[in-house]
Design a protein around this ligand. Structure first.
Ligand SMILES: [Cu+2]
Length: 198
């Protein structure tokens, strides 16, 4: 079901907007597992009910990679290669989305598609356009993830941490087509437009 997606030129325009936003709006922080707060942030408030950090200032921990979340229902890049310990900022460009690992502890996950030693990383669903939620990925292998509201319309993504491996490499993602782990490693990043046009 790709009919809802807009033209490449429109997406390119959105991505340019995303680039601007990346430069001006700095990320929130939600590092590692949900409930932890980045220790290097001095302007973070913690909700005592959930322990979830909420960024209130304009500084951010260092971000190694950025993935955009779009109201046309895709992650861009759809495939990303990172090193263990790298941080990835998920930037909400438009709409309301989440980036949620296929980990049995996360909502609506029927099968594990992250390495056995991976934490159940999840940004949660949010709608504050222009803000980011950041995770740190330690567990080496292939991490598939999805958007909670839009998993049913193929809003899925893949991050390879270090070398490919784990259950995501053993079967096709049940919710959407994803680039092979080896390709992600060789290209470093697979843009959504490029992938969708193949
Ligand atoms: Cu979504």
């Amino acid at each position: 079901m790709r009919e809802d997606r807009q033209s490449p030129s429109r997406r390119a325009a959105l991505r340019r907007v995303a680039g601007i936003a990346t430069g001006t709006l700095l990320a929130g922080c939600l590092s590692g597992e949900v409930g932890t707060t980045a220790t290097e942030s001095t302007d973070t408030e913690t909700d005592p009910a959930t322990g979830t950090g909420t960024m209130t200032g304009t500084t951010t921990p260092s971000v190694d990679h950025t993935v955009g979340l779009y109201t046309d229902l895709y992650f861009d890049p759809i495939g990303l290669h990172v090193e263990p310990g790298d941080t990835v900022a998920f930037e909400l460009v438009s709409g309301a989305h989440s980036a949620t690992a296929y980990h049995p502890d996360n909502e609506a996950v029927l099968e594990r598609r992250v390495p056995q030693d991976a934490k159940a990383w999840d940004t949660g669903t949010w709608s504050e356009t222009g803000t980011s939620r950041t995770i740190t990925l330690e567990a080496e292998g292939t991490h598939d993830y999805f958007c909670i509201p839009h998993k049913g319309v193929e809003m899925v993504g893949r991050i390879v941490v270090g070398s490919p491996g784990g259950p995501a490499t053993a079967s096709a993602n049940p919710d959407g087509k994803l680039p092979a782990s080896a390709r992600i490693v060789s290209e470093g990043s697979v843009p959504y437009d490029e992938w969708a046009s193949e």
